[in-house]
Design a protein around this ligand. Sequence first.
Ligand code: PRP
Ligand code: MN
Ligand code: MG
Length: 180
Amino acid sequence: SERPYVIDEMISAKSIAARIEELCKEITAEYRDTDKLIVVGLLRGSFVFIADLVRELNLPVEVDFLEASSYGNAMESSREVRIFKDLRGEIEGRDVLVVEDIVDTGHTLTHVLHLLKARNPRKIKTIALLDKPSRREADIAADWIGFSIPDEFVVGYGIDYAQRNRNLPFIGKVRFVEGS
Ligand code: PRP
Ligand code: MN
Ligand code: MG
């Protein structure tokens, strides 16, 4: 981006790890009786979250990815979700857990769920690390949510602004500052 900004920490790496531990106890209980679980990460944003999530699950899991994007380099959703890479495997008859970094307008998750449900999974559920309910445009809610956050533009832990900052270990908010 052209405008200079700083990033203020909002959720520490420690808090994220603690929350993932809690969520994974629930998820492990939910899928205790299945050997059909496939965890699907939505690229690119979920790559950090899914890595921490699956390592905290005490279950046999398969991992697959689907790349969907609607923001590009912009701060506002284009509301047009594009699929850049599809899953490698079939999901028919499988228990699918879709992993998102953040649900904002909800268009991405809505589009992806519609696409995947048409492939007849046995069950499909969703988890998002972050939820921004005040910005919702599509009628959708993830089954598990890490943190509900106010309407701030966040980055880090997989989430980008113009493709940068995905490698920050914490969640921060972008604050624009005057150029010098
Ligand atoms: C971001 C984020 C979610 C989605 C949430 O993805 O990672 O996937 O937007 O926004 P929504 O609820 O308004 O649809 P983005 O399009 O930036 O692609 P990326 O994951 O590759 O960064
Ligand atoms: Mn994304
Ligand atoms: Mg993005």
